[in-house]
Design a protein around this ligand. Structure first.
Ligand code: AHR
Length: 647
């Protein structure tokens, strides 16, 4: 032992003694005895998939409408529910007289064949009549910002007056921005407008108002308002949520679901052809998570989302099974769905000489998108008729015939005897409590390596609501160490669900990675754990041995051959500090300066929230050591990522 190391060891023992006495004084458990972790950084025992960490998405918890899709108008297409036309109210200022109703006989397109009819019997300047929209949970506005609006209108009468469009503060009634739209007589027309705020205080307690100041009958449809969006895409996505996703360094986006792909009944399947082209040609559809999907965020917007994050889609195609148990019979009945999947892949990847590649170009994106993986269905193990083997085979044959270059993912095991087609990957899903997740970490260790590879397409440790707490983050971190160790088998993994609007009634599924309201967003402790794991990942798992560690201590050691860094991930999910003697072999190290990123909380229950968004976040420190060994204490309830330079 060198004098330097002897000195460090003495300090370490002294530290343990001090920690022990202070913990005893506080009535806490004493630190676990020191464990020995040996890492042979020169001996790579298995490869780590370069695409291990990605994202999974679907319309759930108002992920898109009222979430990522930045549209500010709720129910822009005037759908009627039991309580009326959701989001819309009649405005009658002063003694104005007016009525609004849903007119199913006229609309601007076959897809939007109904509209809001506004019959204004009496109105004048100061006594305007019209309608207002409350937004999803308010309309978030900022100072000196231009909001892009549009609407379809039809007016009855030869010389219609202007439509006044205003953004109004709920609290003060003050007009925060205003535009006049000159309506013209005749049939349906689209109108564009811009509303620009002045020096206002940022708030979401605002609403949109459309009024006229004269008697008139008019019809409205697809009333839309957008704030600035990510990369300034028209009808695009929220910049804050895109920035949070980008910081996760994902490699793919599994889309469009999840249950959202399937729908509750066969009629509600994700018919992608109805989600492309001008918005006025998109009817929207009933989504399984209890609310209507406008499909403003349709297939092309999914693909542009991938493009903006520099990731590839993992394209899930509908496979003929509905959540309530119906399925489409294989053969003739299934054929239209198989053709739809073949067309969908052409829309994503075909050049402009192909039918669907040309359609994509007409929609504004001539360049094909990259693609490597196609998933057939979602969670077909729930199909009690056991029809998946045959459905998978019919899809796989057609897709392989047209696109032999792509890997096919099955959503459950496909029996060899029942199908001529075998998948390249299986999509496994895990939703567990923290305790159950800790117990799952050896799940793949002894899985045979001779069959299909694994895509862990949905996984999450679930106890916090609306977003994961620190106990969940520890479960997730433990699980990620297991996936990294088994990443020769697990090629891809994506947490689910990704997003939730945290307003009351917005969420259907508790424990979602990223939370937001109209104005703000935050990453949960699990979000930060994932950022750390995905950002500090090597391309090979190093050989390791450990002795003497506590039962709830987990770790992974991967080596980046390009950057010459050992990424050591240490997860202490117990309430006792874990002392470690870490020995590095197989490498030449001298005086080393390692970076430590630590994520820690005082309890499993501690968490982040919309009001305390960064209560728990990584803290960076450095570690100096000489030679091949050093001591490290991983405190209770702590995730540490140590980057050790190798030379
Ligand atoms: O992630 C929430 C749901 O969990 C998904 O829609 C579904 O695939 C799974 O059952």
């Amino acid at each position: 032992m060198t004098p330097g190391i002897r000195f460090q060891s003495l300090c370490f023992v002294a530290l343990l003694f001090l920690c022990g006495s202070s913990l005893a004084a506080q009535g806490q458990s004493a630190p676990a005895a020191s464990a020995q972790l040996t890492v042979d950084a020169a001996k790579i025992v298995s490869p780590v998939s370069p695409t291990l960490y990605g994202l999974m998405t679907e319309e759930i918890n108002h992920s898109y409408d009222g979430g990522l899709y930045a549209e500010l108008v709720r129910n822009p297409t005037f759908r009627n529910i039991w309580s009326g036309i959701q989001g819309w109210e009649l405005v009658r200022n002063g003694d104005a007289g007016a009525a609004m109703s849903l007119d199913k006989t006229t609309g601007p397109s076959a897809a939007l064949s109904s509209s809001l009819k506004l019959e204004v019997a009496s109105a004048s300047s100061g006594n305007e009549a019209g309608v207002s929209n409350s937004g999803y949970w308010g309309i978030a506005l900022r100072a000196h910002t231009a909001y892009r609006g549009s609407l379809y209108a039809k007016v009855d009468g030869a010389s219609p007056g202007p439509l006044t469009v205003r953004l109004i503060s709920d609290d003060s009634g003050a007009v925060l921005a205003e535009a006049q739209v000159a309506l013209h007589a005749g049939g349906w027309s689209q109108y564009n407008l811009s509303l620009t705020t002045g020096a206002i205080a940022a708030s979401s307690k605002n609403h949109l108002q459309l009024t006229v100041a004269h008697p008139e009958t008019l019809w409205l449809q697809l009333v839309s308002l957008f704030p600035p969006t990510f990369n300034d895409r028209p009808d695009g996505l929220r910049p804050d949520l895109m920035a949070l996703m980008a910081a996760m360094h994902p490699h793919f986006l599994r889309l469009p679901g999840g249950n959202y792909l399937e729908g509750d009944t066969l009629a509600d399947w994700y018919d992608w052809k109805k989600t492309i082209g001008p918005r006025v040609n998109r009817p929207g559809h009933q989504a399984p998570w209890s609310y209507w999907s406008t499909d403003g965020l349709g297939l092309l917007e999914f693909l542009e989302w991938c493009e903006d994050l520099h990731v590839e889609p993992v394209l899930a195609v509908y496979a003929g099974y509905a959540l309530k148990g119906e399925h489409v019979a294989t053969g003739h009945d299934l054929e239209p769905y198989v053709q739809s999947a073949v067309d969908e892949v052409e829309y994503v990847t075909g050049d402009v000489s192909t039918k669907w590649g040309a359609e994509r170009a007409r929609d504004g994106h001539p360049a094909p998108f990259p693609l490597h993986y196609i998933e057939i269905g979602n969670e077909d193990e729930f199909d009690k008729s056991h029809s998946y083997d045959a459905r998978f085979a019919q899809f796989a044959q057609a897709l392989r015939q047209h696109y032999p270059q792509y890997k096919l993912i099955a959503t459950t095991r496909v029996k060899e005897a029942n199908a001529g087609e075998q998948p390249d990957l299986i999509d496994d899903h895990f939703y567990k409590s923290p305790a159950a997740m800790f117990d799952l970490v050896h799940h793949y260790d002894n899985e045979p390596r001779t069959g299909p590879k694994i895509f862990v397409g949905e996984w999450a440790t679930r106890s916090g609501s609306p977003t994961p707490n620190f106990g969940d983050a520890l479960g997730d971190a433990a699980w990620m160490t297991a996936m990294e160790r088994n990443s020769d088998l697990i090629l891809m993994a994506s947490y689910a669900p990704l997003l939730t609007n945290v307003n009351p009634e917005a969420m259907q599924w508790p424990t979602d990675l990223i939370g937001y309201d109209e104005s703000n967003s935050y990453g949960s402790p699990s979000y930060y754990a994932q950022c750390l794991f995905a950002t500090h990942l090597g391309d090979g798992a190093a050989q390791t041995t450990i002795t003497g560690a506590g039962a709830r201590f987990f770790y992974s050691a991967t080596v980046s051959s390009k950057d010459h860094v050992l990424h050591l991930k240490l997860v202490n999910a117990s309430d006792v500090d874990q002392a470690l003697r870490i020995r590095l072999t197989g490498i030449s190290v001298g005086d080393s300066v390692a970076q430590i990123d630590s994520l820690h909380a005082a309890s499993f229950e501690a968490t982040n929230s919309i009001t305390l968004p960064k209560a728990i976040q990584p803290v960076v420190s450095t570690l100096h050591f000489k030679g091949h060994e050093f001591n490290q204490v991983v405190p209770q309830f702590t995730i540490q990522v140590i980057d050790i330079p190798l030379r």
